[in-house]
Design a protein around this ligand. Structure first.
Ligand SMILES: Cc1cc2nc3c(=O)[nH]c(=O)nc-3n(C[C@H](O)[C@H](O)[C@H](O)COP(=O)(O)OP(=O)(O)OC[C@H]3O[C@@H](n4cnc5c(N)ncnc54)[C@H](O)[C@@H]3O)c2cc1C
Length: 254
């Protein structure tokens, strides 16, 4: 399968061919144009199409060809930055909101899979978080995770090689085949009259208050009421958040 300049082949990209779509070949109009067909953009487009919006999704590669295709695909409510850290930065309420949002996302994915009857190897599993043997953060994290409402307990490691490590076991986690999932969502978007165009690089986003013009490198544009930029790395000029060079672009130049 063709993937975006990845140096490694993930188990997902190696075992499944996602649905294919044409590139944008004419000017079009939409209620919402979503740039980026990873899990964020496709989920957003699916939910908006289900709410009756006329959506158009644009991606310069294939669907799931960005970071999504290279994920480990743990559907987890355990935040990488740790709940104890969230509490320090955002207070107890902030950490609780973050935790609720993560759990809602896990629930939403499960709900969509059931509703659309998606065969994507979805499975509820326990998640294990390993700490160093002398890592005191382990206790703080256990307490903070309980405070924000996570189902968590101190556990033995299920892996022999991690037996010496302090371990937290989180219930209510899941795993799935991410490309089977977003491919089915993309098909559902099209069934709901949404449109997806791949191989379509967006090179400018002009917001003139009444509408947004999304221009592509091929010269065609989408005139849309609203736009969602789900490109993982920012591509708009509105805020100079960071100056990231997309790996794909870098690879094209080399
Ligand atoms: C090794 C690894 C393991 C991970 N494991 C997990 C995990 O277990 N669980 C978890 O929840 N998260 C995990 N993540 C993080 C997760 O993969 C990402 O947060 C998620 O995939 C991001 O999805 P996205 O849709 O926002 O971005 P992407 O999947 O990167 O999608 C962005 C899309 O935008 C397109 N695009 C960009 N610029 C343009 C442009 N100018 N014009 C048109 N299209 C454009 C790209 O082609 C791409 O398809 C992991 C990440 C990595 C790298």
């Amino acid at each position: 399968m063709e993937i975006d300049c990845a140096k490694t082949l993930s188990v997902w990209t190696d075992t499944f061919k996602v649905s294919e779509f044409d590139s944008l070949k004419e000017n079009m109009e939409a209620d919402v144009c979503i740039v980026g067909a990873g899990i964020s953009g496709i989920t957003c487009a699916y939910l908006l199409a289900a709410a009756g919006k006329k959506v158009i999704v644009l991606d310069d590669g294939i669907i799931g060809g960005g970071e999504t295709g290279n994920t480990t695909a743990h559907i987890t409510s355990v935040i990488d930055d740790r709940f104890s850290r969230m509490e320090k930065i955002h207070g107890k309420e902030g950490a609780q909101i973050a935790s609720q949002s993560q759990r809602a996302a896990v629930y939403e994915i499960e709900k969509i899979i059931k509703k659309e009857n998606i065969l994507c190897d979805f499975k509820k599993v326990d998640g294990y978080l390993f700490f160093g043997a002398d890592d005191t953060l382990f206790i703080d994290e256990h307490e903070a995770a309980m405070r924000v409402g996570m189902e968590v307990e101190i556990s033995n490691s299920p892996l022999k090689s991690f037996r010496d490590h302090n371990t937290l076991k989180f219930s209510g986690q899941a795993q799935f085949h991410v490309l089977k999932y977003i491919s089915a969502l993309a098909d559902a978007i099209v069934r709901m009259n949404g449109k997806i165009f791949t191989g379509t690089f967006v090179n400018s986003i002009d917001d003139n208050k009444e509408n947004v013009i999304i221009k592509t490198r091929s010269g065609f544009c989408v005139n849309t009421h609203d736009a969602v930029i789900a490109t993982n790395s920012p591509v708009s000029d509105y805020l100079a958040i960071h100056k990231a060079v997309r790996i794909q672009d870098l690879c094209h130049r080399i």
